[in-house]
Write a protein that binds this ligand. Sequence first.
Ligand code: IPE
Ligand code: IPE
Ligand code: MG
Length: 250
Amino acid sequence: MSLLEKINNNKTPSHIAIIMDGNGRWAKQRGKDRAYGHQEGVVAVRRVVEAAAKADVDFLTVYAFSTENWNRPDEEVDALMELMVYSIVKETPDLIKQGVRLALIGDYNRLPLKAKDALDKSLKETANGTKITLILALSYSSKWEITEALKQITHDIKEKQLTSEEINEETFSNYLSTKGIPDPDLLIRTGGEKRISNFLLWQLAYAELYFTDTYWPDFDKEHLYKAILDFQCRERRFGKTSEQIKKEKL
Ligand code: IPE
Ligand code: IPE
Ligand code: MG
């Protein structure tokens, strides 16, 4: 029985978020430069999108570039931006074929013009995809996102489009860039570190966390299915007791 067949279709995580880490170390291990690791990282994204779609995951969010990653050496930032443009242009026809709808979270305005153009085009061309939504977190950080939400809320209150009484968890969520997207059920981080690195702090409130030492370029469909199977063994209690959860399931 393959790992995919072992997955219980009634308990598939609707939304998986991934911190794709370890590209640099993967390349270093092979005596290559970091850019090579990022290139192979793109191949892994392709593989994992396909595998997630097969497992009937509805949303896949991948952390591709953080706000803090702007502080890397210019040479690496430039290589990453170029790779992104190249990959988006190259992969879009295939995304369309697979029914992938692309979405974006992050500080779009900081991206170079070329990247914006490639992304705009791909967002438009993949808009009718219904199989899976692939959310690229680009120039993204959670503290940035929450700060932006607060700025917008203050603005809307000032403009009398919102009252402070109307602010609750739901209205607040609607000010985040993930508006309309359910919170991740499962967070995977590759590369061995056990931290969140400013990723989806609000949205991950009740996600199951899965850490693996596998470097991102080595992460394949079997690794994804293993993580999903692990997720399916967890009891999500959301603050309740185990007994309550069992009763609800009857
Ligand atoms: C993750 O791999 C990709 C990005 C952050 C863009 P890294 O580049 O962080 O690789 P390591 O962690 O240095 O191995
Ligand atoms: C997190 O990886 C960001 C992405 C995967 C895009 P980093 O490699 O930048 O994270 P830290 O700095 O080690 O926490
Ligand atoms: Mg890293």
